[in-house]
Design a protein around this ligand. Sequence first.
Ligand code: AGP
Length: 610
Amino acid sequence: MCGIVGYVGYREATKVLIDGLSRLEYRGYDSAGVAVLNGSGLKVERAVGRLNNLAIKLKEHPLTGTLGIGHTRWATHGVPSERNAHPHSSQDGSVSLIHNGIIENYRELKAELQAKGVEFKSETDTECMAHLVADCYSGDLLKALHAALTRAHLRGGNALVVAHKNHPDQVVCVRRGSPLVIGIGKDENFVASDVTALLPYTRRVIFLGEGELASVSRSGAKVYDENLKEIPAHVETTDLSIEAAEKGGFEHFMLKEIHEQPTAIEATLRGRVADSHIDLRELNLDPARLKQVKRIQLIACGTSLYSAMVGKYLFEHFTRIPTETSSASEYRYAEPVIDKDCLVIAVSQSGETADTLEALRLAKAAGAQSISICNVMGSSIPRLCDATLYTRAGPEIGVASTKAYVTQLVGFIMLAAGLGRIVGATTEAAERTLVNGLKQLPEQVKKLLDSDIVGVKRCAKRYQSVFNFMYIGRHFNFPTALEGALKLKEISYIHAEGYAGGEMKHGPLALVEGTFPTIAIAPKGKTREKMISNIQEIKARKGVVVVVATEGDQEARELADYLIEIPECLEELSPVLAVVPLQLLAYYTATQLGRDVDKPRNLAKSVTVE
Ligand code: AGP
């Protein structure tokens, strides 16, 4: 989710680049940089931290020139630092390149280039492509980019923009899985990762298609297919407002982020589920130390706590190592039993939650091994841990966590199965089945979102004025019930309670009547029959039931007042799919009540106070 801007025209490029990058601020960034071409070649300036740090450096050391490329980084490989900031350059400085996405096969590329004597200056995957383009260059910049892409057998979702010191009137670019748009101005032209950066200058845009390349000069832009055959450039006029563009055309960041979940899951899986096994080499885990682990303790807050509750079931399922999950704020005062045979996993979208941070410090002080699952590279919690599995959901702006949650679940599944293989508790066959299931998730979530889940909207409309919702689930989907309830209450302000289905008859059943619905999460799996019994008990007491069931479940269809179907999947993967309709139920209920969905009252996106 990096921000990209390129410019060729008559203005001072630096100003256009900084202005454009500042409009991509909502994409989040931890470092930024520009490369500008003038008589003395390609000049690069980069800075770690917020964009303003770069602007200050450029005020002190101005770069002049009317061609340039600029980038704000959301780190995926290599911690936030100036040396890892884009643009990245070839060894001879002839090429500058910026990149949005993940190059899955960068390790092999880097080794190949290093074997040829190329010296790398950064830890990023991107730098490989700057060296490759320079290596393939023999006068034609577009051909050099195309040759580099071919030689790299580039895998992953990527967008690249390249400038060369010998081409004062040309930048070239390619879209391969990450969006790129070209802005058509008067005697000036632009490239950007999304329309937001272009709107002050032009509304005439070309949305590059998948696999397409483009050559952009001051006088115009040409578009090519993946075989470098020129194709018609389809110029359209966008009527998006800047605010709408930041939200990708969605009304709220939360809805945008719910719809980003397929690509967020894809990005989190990328490079980690090669062929039929889980590849977590990036974590540099020490198998010998991990084999000493006798207990696993998961610590987190809020939505992250609920993904960690699913994580408990996953770790015990795949590793057979006793695992417990604690609210970080409780863990700190519960006098937890921790020693060197303990593996503590801290889960946090922001990486800055105070309670989780303090609980982690407590565990580390007692000698535990530590891993984090986090969405913000270089944030405080990962910096304290022995290793971090980064969820690559991109910046999550809405206070209500959605895409971070599902990517945390995917992270737990990979970590648990990967550890299960290390300790010998998970078979190769089971891992293969799991990996196949994981690879289907993005498409299954997309199918759910494309179906627009009519039952959800009808239920939201019907029950927007009730004062209570009950959510029930079992085993892997008990935490789903808790998360569904949290989503609803934190953005609609309606009270909602998540409960283990088996607990209903121990008290909560007394609440059941026709004035509010119970959401019953009952996908295919070993607890489905018991959930069907729960539903029957509620119906027998005139209760209303919204059932989340696996597609084709006829019995659920006959029992449900509202039926929400999810695609069939492995039981341990079902929390990823089951939560999506619950996110939408909360969203549509809250919007119908006119709530401030992205900034609900009393809450903050990151709770950095205890
Ligand atoms: C969830 O929608 C809330 N935004 C909140 O519960 C959040 O999950 C919690 O504060 C933990 O934040 P973290 O994941 O950044 O640590």
